[in-house]
Design a protein around this ligand. Structure first.
Ligand code: ARG
Ligand code: ZN
Length: 850
C-alpha cells in the first residue's frame, strides 16, 4: 500500500470535465463482476487537458471514445488518464471487480451473501472509472443483472423502469434516477430479503411507497424503523416545508457496514443495528437511536442530496446541518432533557478530546489525507452545535426563512459552507461575517467570568491546537440564568452575543442573592473556566429553572468531588454527598431529573477534560465518590426502588422510558453500597424487555462479580445465535474492570460469533475496550496497549476505516504519566513502522507522534 498525498481545501479547482449522464450495466458475480459504463462527457472551459478519471482496484477491459477503441491513455493504481479527447464525447469503459474480496466495505461488497455498495466518500472509484468528486452531478441509468434464485431483489436509485429474464437463469432490472446526483449517492443492492411495505402521502397529496428490506425472518423487527420514517417525513414537511421527491423510498438493513447508515438517493443502506428492534432484543436507547438515524438519513434528502457539497472539506455543510435537524426532531418526540444531555455528553466526552488532541481540525477542515478520517465528532456534532447557535441567533423563524432561501438559491447545486451562511445572512439581513470564523477555527473556546456587583466582564479565548497556533475571537451566543440562591423569586434568563476577547455586560436585575448559571442549556460548545463554589452549585442544582442546568450542576459537583478526593481533600466529597441526598429527597417525584443527575460523569469524560491524568488515582477517586454518594442516598434509594419495580408490560412510551431509566440509574447507584444480588437476579429473570435485562447486567458489572458472571452466562446461552444482541454482551465484558481483562478479551475473540470482518463485532469488543475501559487499556505494565495494538495491526489490512476509528484513545498519549507515555509511543511506532500501513492509520498515528 502507498500513502496518499495530503489535499488542501485552498487548492480546490473546478472539474475539467463534467459527466451529464451515465449508463451503468452491472453483471453481478462474487468473484468477477463486470461493470460497463457509458459516460456523456463535456469539457468545461477552454483547456487542452486530458480527462483524468479516478479508479482503484479495477481491472480495465476496454476503453472506447465515441464508439472507437481508444489506446491513447495511461493507467495507474489510482487513475485512468485519457488523452486527445474532443470537447464533448461518449466514453465507454468496461472493468471487472471482485466484491467477494472487498473487505474494506467501501465500493461494491458482499454482506452475508447480499451485494451492496458504500460510495461516500470516495468509494465509487472502486466500482468504475469516474470523476469521483461531489461537484460532478449526473443523471443515472442503471441495469443490474444477477442470478434470479440467489438475488431475487435488484435495487438501485430512483424508479424501476423495466425488468426481464435471461435464458441462463439470470434476471435484470433497469433503474432510472430522475434527479442529478454526485456519484457518492449511487447505490446498488442485490439479495434475498424480507420486505416490509407501507405508504406515505405527502402534503401535496403524492403517494410514496415505503419499502424496508431486512434479513429473512427479521420482519417483525422492522416496524419501529418504518414508523420513525413516517414521523420524520411528516416533521420535515411541517417544520421546514420539505417534501419527499421520488415515488419510492427504500431502506435496506445490512449486517456488514462501516458506519451508521448512508443516505443514497431513494435507497438508504443501513447498519442493521439502526433498523432492527423489538422489545425483547432492543433497549430504549436502541429505539431512540434507530429513530434518530432513520430521520437523519431521510433529512439528507434535502440537506445533502438536493443541495450537496462542492468538495469534501465542506462535509459539515450537510452533516452538521443534518445532525442538527435530527436533534431537534428527536427533542420533539422524546424527552428534551434526556436528548440534550445525550448530545452534550458526546461533545464533552469525544469532541473536546478531539479538539485537544493531534487530530484537531475545524468543522471545515483545511487539510486531509484520508477523507474517511474526517467523519468526526467535530464535523458532525460540533458542526451541529454551530448550526444550533445560528438557530439561537436568528430565532427559529429567522433560521427557517434562511433555509427556504438556501433551497431557492441552491437547489440542484454543489455548494460550500460559506454559501450556506450567506443564504442565512441574506434572508435575515444580518452580518454573519464574524460568525463564519466557527467554520475555520478549531479548538474549544474558554469563557471566563468576572463579576463586580451587577456588571460582568466576560472573556473568551481559544487555546492553540495541534493544527492552528493562533486564534481569533468568535461570535458566541452565551446564555445565562440568574438563579435565586435560596429559591426565593424567579430565575432570569438572558443571552449575550459575545463578539470580542472581553466584553462588559450589565445584568438586567440585581445580582444580590443570585447565582449565575453560565452557558445555560449548553448554548455554545465552550468550556466555562470559572469554578462555581459548592454552595453555588447546590443552588443551581436545587433552584435553576432549566433542568439541563440542574444536571450540569450535578456533574460539576461530582467532578469537583472526584478531583478534590484525588488530592486527599474529603470535605468536598461529604458536601457533595449531602447535596445529592438532599436533592433526591426533595425531587423524589421527578424521576426524569433524578435519573440523569445521579449518574456521575464517566471516567472517560473526566479524562477528556484534563490536561494531565493520573489514571490510577482518578479511577479510585471515581469509585470512592460514587460509593460515598450511594451511602448517603441509600435510605431514599431503597424507598424509590421499592416503588419502581412493579410495572406494566413493556411499551416504548415516555412514562415507561423514564421509569426504566430511573430504575437503571438508581440500581447502579444502590449497588455501590448494598448487596443487590437478589434484586438483580430477580429483575434479570422477570424482565420482559432488553432495557431491564441490561440494567441488571450493568448494575452487577459495577460491583457484583459473581452475579455478573452468572447472569452473563445465561444471557449468552439465550442470545448466542443473534450477533446483534450478543454485541451488548461483548461490550459489557469488554468494559468490565478486572485484572484478567485481556485474557477475557482473547476468549471473546474466539467466540463463534466473532469475526474481524464485521465492524459491529470489532466495535463491540475492541472499540468498547479502547474507549470505555480506561482501567484495562492503561494497565500499568503496558499489556493493554500491546494487546490492543496487535489487534489493530491485524484489522488494518482488512478494514482500515475501522482500525483508524478505534485507534483514537491512544492518540492522546500526552495526557498520561511519563511511563505510560513511553509505552504508548512504543506501540504507536510499531503501527507506523508497518510498511503495509493504510493511509487511514498513517494520517492519525503520524500526527500523534509528530
Ligand atoms: N453520510 C453518512 C451519514 O452521515 C455517513 C457515511 C460516511 N461513510 C464513510 N465511510 N465515511 O449518514
Ligand atoms: Zn449524515
Amino acid at each position: 500500500m502507498s500513502i496518499k498525498a495530503a489535499k488542501r481545501r485552498e487548492d480546490y479547482l473546478p472539474p475539467d470535465f463534467t459527466v451529464d449522464h451515465i449508463d451503468l450495466k452491472i453483471v453481478l458475480a462474487a468473484d468477477a463482476t463486470s461493470v460497463s459504463a457509458v459516460l456523456q462527457v463535456t469539457r468545461i472551459g477552454s483547456h487542452e487537458r486530458p480527462l483524468c478519471l479516478d479508479g482503484e482496484q479495477l481491472t480495465l477491459k476496454s476503453v472506447e471514445v465515441d464508439g472507437i477503441a481508444w489506446t491513447d491513455y495511461q493507467l495507474s493504481e489510482t487513475a485512468l488518464t485519457i488523452n486527445g479527447v474532443p470537447d464533448s464525447f461518449v466514453l465507454s469503459t468496461v472493468v471487472e471487480i471482485a466484491p467477494a474480496h472487498n473487505t474494506s466495505l467501501e465500493g461494491l461488497y458482499l454482506s452475508d451473501g447480499a451485494f451492496c455498495t458504500q460510495c461516500e466518500a470516495e468509494g465509487f472509484r472502486k466500482i468504475t472509472y469516474f470523476l469521483d468528486r461531489p461537484d460532478v452531478l449526473s443523471m443515472y441509468d442503471v441495469t443490474i443483472t444477477a442470478p434470479q434464485d440467489e438475488y431475487p431483489q435488484l435495487l438501485s436509485n430512483g424508479n424501476k423502469l423495466a425488468s426481464g429474464h435471461n435464458d441462463d437463469g439470470t434476471h435484470w432490472v433497469k433503474w432510472q434516477d430522475p434527479h442529478r446526483k454526485p456519484c457518492y449517492l449511487f447505490a446498488l443492492v442485490a439479495g434475498d430479503f424480507d420486505l416490509l411495505t407501507d405508504e406515505f402521502t405527502t402534503q401535496s397529496g403524492r403517494v410514496v411507497a415505503l419499502e424496508l428490506y431486512v434479513d429473512k425472518g427479521k420482519l417483525n423487527r422492522g416496524q419501529h424503523a418504518l414508523d420513525s420514517l413516517k414521523r420524520a417525513m411528516r416533521w420535515d414537511e411541517e417544520v421546514f416545508g420539505l417534501e419527499y421527491d421520488l415515488d419510492v423510498y427504500m431502506i435496506v438493513a445490512v449486517d456488514f457496514f462501516n458506519m451508521g447508515a448512508m443516505e443514497n438517493k431513494g435507497l438508504n443502506v443501513f447498519n442493521s443495528k439502526f433498523v432492527l428492534a423489538d422489545s425483547e432484543t432492543a433497549t430504549d436507547d436502541d429505539y431512540f437511536n434507530i429513530e434518530s438515524v432513520i430521520a437523519h438519513e431521510y433529512f439528507h434528502n434535502w440537506t445533502g442530496n438536493r443541495v450537496t457539497c462542492r468538495d469534501w472539506f465542506q462535509l459539515s455543510l450537510k452533516e452538521g446541518l443534518t445532525v442538527f435537524r435530527d436533534q431537534i426532531f428527536s427533542e420533539t418526540f422524546n424527552s428534551p432533557l434526556a436528548t440534550r444531555i445525550k448530545q452534550v455528553k458526546v461533545i464533552r466526552e469525544h469532541q473536546f478530546a478531539e479538539d485537544a488532541g493531534p487530530m484537531s481540525h475545524p468543522i471545515r477542515p483545511d487539510e486531509v489525507i484520508e477523507m474517511n478520517n474526517f467523519y468526526t465528532v467535530t464535523v458532525y456534532d460540533k458542526g451541529a452545535e454551530v448550526i444550533r447557535m445560528l438557530w439561537t441567533l436568528l430565532t427559529p423563524e429567522g433560521f427557517k426563512r434562511g433555509m427556504r432561501f438556501y433551497f431557492d438559491r441552491h437547489d440542484g447545486q454543489a455548494v460550500t459552507c460559506d454559501d450556506f451562511v450567506n443564504a442565512m445572512q441574506d434572508a435575515n439581513d444580518i452580518d454573519l461575517s464574524l460568525f463564519k470564523r466557527w467554520y475555520g477555527q478549531s479548538g474549544t473556546p474558554r469563557i471566563s467570568i468576572a463579576q463586580h456587583g451587577d456588571k460582568l466582564t466576560i472573556g473568551q479565548h481559544t487555546p492553540a491546537t495541534a493544527d492552528q497556533a493562533s486564534k481569533q475571537a468568535l461570535l458566541i451566543p452565551l446564555q445565562l440564568e440568574m438563579v435565586p440562591s435560596n429559591g426565593q423569586g424567579e430565575s432570569v434568563q438572558l443571552t449575550v452575543a459575545l463578539k470580542s476577547e472581553t466584553q462588559e455586560v450589565l445584568l438586567p436585575v440585581s445580582s444580590g442573592n443570585r447565582v449565575l448559571s453560565v452557558n445555560s442549556g449548553f448554548s455554545a460548545p465552550v468550556i466555562v473556566e470559572q469554578q462555581a463554589s459548592l454552595a453555588e452549585l447546590g443552588s443551581i442544582l436545587s433552584f435553576a429553572k432549566s433542568d439541563f442546568d440542574r444536571w450540569e450542576a450535578s456533574q460539576a459537583l461530582f467532578k469537583q468531588a472526584m478531583l478534590a478526593n484525588m488530592e486527599g481533600d474529603a470535605s468536598v466529597i461529604n458536601e457533595t454527598a449531602q447535596l445529592m441526598a438532599q436533592f433526591i429527597t426533595a425531587e423524589q417525584r421527578n424521576l426524569a431529573l433524578l435519573s440523569e443527575v445521579l449518574i456521575p460523569p464517566s471516567v472517560e469524560s473526566l479524562v477528556a477534560g484534563l490536561e494531565q491524568v493520573n489514571v490510577d488515582a482518578l479511577l479510585n477517586s471515581h469509585k470512592a465518590v460514587y460509593k460515598r454518594v450511594a451511602i448517603e442516598c441509600a435510605p431514599m434509594l431503597e424507598k424509590l426502588l421499592a416503588a419502581l419495580v412493579l410495572r406494566d408490560e413493556y411499551a416504548y412510551t415516555p412514562e415507561q422510558i423514564v421509569q426504566r431509566k430511573a430504575l437503571n440509574t438508581l440500581l447502579k447507584l444502590y449497588s455501590q453500597c448494598q448487596d443487590t444480588s437478589d434484586m438483580l437476579t430477580t429483575l434479570f429473570t422477570n424482565a420482559d424487555n432488553m432495557t431491564d435485562t441490561l440494567t441488571a447486567l450493568q448494575a452487577a458489572q459495577l460491583g457484583n462479580q459473581s452475579t455478573f458472571e452468572s447472569l452473563m452466562q445465561q444471557f449468552e446461552e439465550r442470545w448466542q445465535d443473534d450477533p446483534l444482541v450478543l454485541d451488548k454482551w461483548f461490550a459489557l465484558h469488554a468494559t468490565t474492570e478486572r485484572p484478567d481483562i485481556l485474557a477475557r478479551l482473547q476468549l471473546l475473540m474466539e467466540h463463534k460469533q466473532y469475526t474481524l470482518k464485521n465492524p459491529n463485532r470489532i466495535r463491540a469488543i475492541l472499540g468498547s475496550f479502547a474507549f470505555y475501559n480506561t482501567a484495562g487499556l492503561h494497565l500499568s505494565d503496558g499489556s493493554g496497549y500491546r494487546f490492543f495494538t496487535d489487534h489493530l495491526l491485524a484489522i488494518d489490512p482488512v478494514n482500515p476505516q475501522v482500525a483508524a476509528r478505534i485507534v483514537t484513545p491512544l492518540l492522546s498519549w500526552r495526557k498520561f504519566d511519563s511511563d505510560r507515555q513511553d509505552k504508548i509511543k512504543f506501540h504507536l511506532t510499531r503501527i507506523l513502522d508497518n510498511p503495509q500501513i493504510s493511509s487511514d492509520l498513517f494520517e492519525k498515528v503520524s500526527k500523534s507522534l509528530a
